[in-house]
Design a binder for this molecule. Structure first.
Ligand SMILES: Cc1ncc(C[n+]2csc(CCOP(=O)(O)OP(=O)(O)O)c2C)c(N)n1
Ligand SMILES: [Mg+2]
Length: 628
């Protein structure tokens, strides 16, 4: 569509914004897509007559999704963006005040995970005609701020649109950041409620179709040469594949590099699925929740090549995982590539292909490759053992994971975020492809799971979405089940009920604090902190299956693994969202494999278990080293 230069159209700010969003496209590798798949929203006085009116007036521009909670609407947008490899997302509109600040947690989650979401909180009047309006927080010393300033530190771009015409630079800056592989994250445009409804004569060029070209940055020649020299000098190089490998669609290039050079691959949480299970050199998750194969390789590695990772403490086992290694850091964001070793600031696929070309003919020694392949085989046997423990009377979580993994087909995506499951999944889940695995572990936010699964399914309707959620996460934020039912979207939600926070219970015991505050039991005198197997008050009568049923899901209640397998098959025939509630043994966890996580233990205490834990902590702390 060609636009007459200088022509203008009179619209409200909100109407112009909705038209602008519907006209934004992204292109990478010659493929073009609409960037926004729709807009989630909950209306209040801060957006009902603004963005709400605009969405209502032209529903063909942006699909509107009604959410239940502002935080979980952002989770859905994050799930959507991840399933689209950051080449698409959803917008989220809210009222002012609590509706707006409910999104702050979601904004932090998106920014930490480097996933694009566009947040459109309503804001108080720009013109201040009747302050304080309902839900306005007043600051006696500042007239120009509102609660929405809380978004600034958790957003990659923040602006408040004080005047209609200011939307033009603000919206363009928002799209630049959202579509930038190096900068992306939450983008917040706070929209004062009067400005949303105010009319302006908008230049047609602003509202015309616009394509944002997502670049693939090639590595600098000098940086590449330094990385190549480091690899050539290495005897035991090891790759750590992060989320950047998946976002850059570099999985085939990585498989080729690993196989031809004989370099084993380990994965971060976001990088899981960067190679399919069964590749002989895929050692799986590394670090605090790593496999024995990955952690043994890490311990002896002389060079660790990070690709698209931000080197979180779980990956590095709090900087104890790679005691002998030098580093190469490949990342599209200079901020991350500069974190350790030889920095290569580049798109993951470009960098991997450049390394493959430069290292043609070179490979690691056969003995190293064989050792890695043997460790991988041994790990597979260990995972098989954990999948079939036959534990009773309640099954172990690892058996549940095995059953769900077996039931989920090749075109499925697993969603999880917090609790004891992410660590177990990191070790055990077997991926078919790069879309098989989606554990939000940047923020590890309880309550992400169901809403994130909803967003994933909206982005990829052809995939079967399996959500694994703990009882604690479920209790925190499960209400998007209602939205899944409303949208006719099928999620298979496996609710793993161990009546409390098993993960933190274990962590608490490991620091000497007896699982304090981690079970759902009546407050009976003296009950807090007691060993539940001795002097335990009764469990609270919480029935999460009944809760899920009340929200509109089909609910199945298997007892034990054989019934779970049958329920998973039965669920395949149910057209809508299914919740499968299974009780597990909270004490039968998957162990750690020769690794550590830095959680400080009290230096002084009356409790003998704490004193013992502190002694062990100090010994482990001595192994920690800053990467230099
Ligand atoms: C929003 C939020 N609050 C607190 C935490 C800290 N935390 C991590 S796991 C966890 C307990 C999770 O319980 P549940 O979902 O039942 O999983 P389980 O540990 O039993 O496997 C808590 C409180 C968190 N990750 N997110
Ligand atoms: Mg639990």
């Amino acid at each position: 569509m060609t636009v007459e230069p200088g022509s203008r159209v009179r619209l409200t700010t909100a109407q112009a914004l909705v038209r602008f969003l519907a006209a934004q496209f992204v292109e990478r590798d010659g493929m073009e897509h609409a960037f926004f798949g729709g807009c989630f929203g909950i209306f209040g006085h801060g957006n009902v007559a603004g963005v709400g009116q605009a969405l209502h007036q032209h529903p063909e521009l942006l699909t509107y999704y009604q959410g239940r909670n502002e935080q979980s609407m952002v989770h859905a947008a994050v799930g959507y963006a991840r399933a689209r490899n950051r080449l698409g997302t959803l917008a989220v509109t809210t009222s002012i005040g609590p509706g707006a600040t409910n999104m702050v947690t979601g904004a932090a989650l998106a920014t930490i995970n480097r996933l694009p979401v566009l947040l459109l909180p309503g804001d108080v009047f720009a013109t201040h005609p009747a302050d304080p309006v309902l839900q306005q927080l007043e600051q006696p010393g500042r007239g120009d701020i509102s609660v929405n300033d809380a978004f600034a530190p958790v957003s990659r771009y923040f602006d408040r649109v004080w005047r209609p015409e200011q939307l033009i630079p603000a919206a363009l800056a928002a799209l630049r950041v959202l579509t930038s592989p190096a900068e992306t994250g939450a983008v917040t445009l706070a929209l004062p409620q009067d400005v949303q409804a105010e009319a302006f004569d908008w230049p047609e060029e602003f509202l015309a179709r616009r394509v944002w070209h997502v670049p693939r940055a090639a590595p600098d020649a000098g940086a590449l040469a330094r990385a190549v020299a480091a690899i050539r000098a290495a005897k035991r190089p090891l790759i750590v594949a992060g989320g950047g490998v998946i976002y850059s669609d570099a999985t085939d290039a990585l498989a080729h590099l690993s196989a031809t050079l004989g370099i084993p691959v380990t994965e971060t949480q976001a990088g899981r699925g960067s190679l399919p299970h069964g590749q002989p050199l895929l050692a799986g998750a590394v670090g605090a929740t790593g496999t024995l194969a990955a952690n043994r390789l890490a311990r002896e590695a002389d060079l660790v090549i990070g690709i698209g990772t931000r080197w979180s403490d779980f990956t590095t086992a709090s900087n104890s995982a790679f005691p002998k290694a030098a580093f190469v850091s490949i990342n599209v964001a200079e901020f991350d590539s500069a974190k350790r070793g030889v920095a290569v600031t580049a798109d993951a696929r470009q960098a991997i292909e450049a390394l493959s070309a430069a290292l043609e003919g070179w490979s690691t020694a056969g003995a190293y490759r064989e050792e890695a392949e043997r460790l991988v085989r041994e790990w597979d046997a260990e995972a098989d053992r954990l999948f079939s423990l036959g534990h009773g009377p309640l099954p172990a979580q690892s058996e549940v994971i095995g059953a769900v993994n077996a039931a989920a087909g090749a075109s499925s995506t697993l969603i999880c975020a917090a609790g004891s499951m992410p660590g177990d999944l990191a070790k055990l889940w077997r991926n078919h492809d790069a879309r098989s695995y989606h554990v939000e572990y940047g923020y590890s936010c309880m309550g992400y799971e169901i809403a994130g699964g909803l967003g994933t399914k909206l982005a990829a309707p052809d995939r079967d979405v399996y959500v694994l959620v703990g009882d604690g996460s479920y209790l925190m934020l499960a209400q998007e089940i209602v939205t899944a039912v409303q949208e006719g979207v099928k999620l298979t939600i496996v609710l793993v009920d161990n009546r409390g926070y098993a993960s933190i219970g274990g962590l608490s015991r490991s620091v000497g604090s007896h699982g304090f505050g981690t079970q759902y039991r009546y407050r009976t005198e003296g009950s807090l902190g007691l060993d539940p197997d001795t002097a335990s008050p009764a469990y609270l009568p919480v029935d999460l299956a009944a809760n899920a049923e009340s929200l509109g899901a089909t609910v199945l209640r298997p007892n034990g693994i054989a019934e779970l397998r049958a329920a998973l098959e039965e669920a395949k025939g149910v057209p809508g969202t299914v919740v499968i509630r299974i009780e597990t043994d909270r004490y039968q966890g998957v162990p750690g494999y020769e690794t550590w996580w830095d959680v400080p233990v009290a230096e002084v205490s009356d409790v003998t278990e704490v004193q013992a834990a502190r002694t062990a902590y100090e010994a482990a702390k001595a192994e920690q080293h800053f990467p230099l």
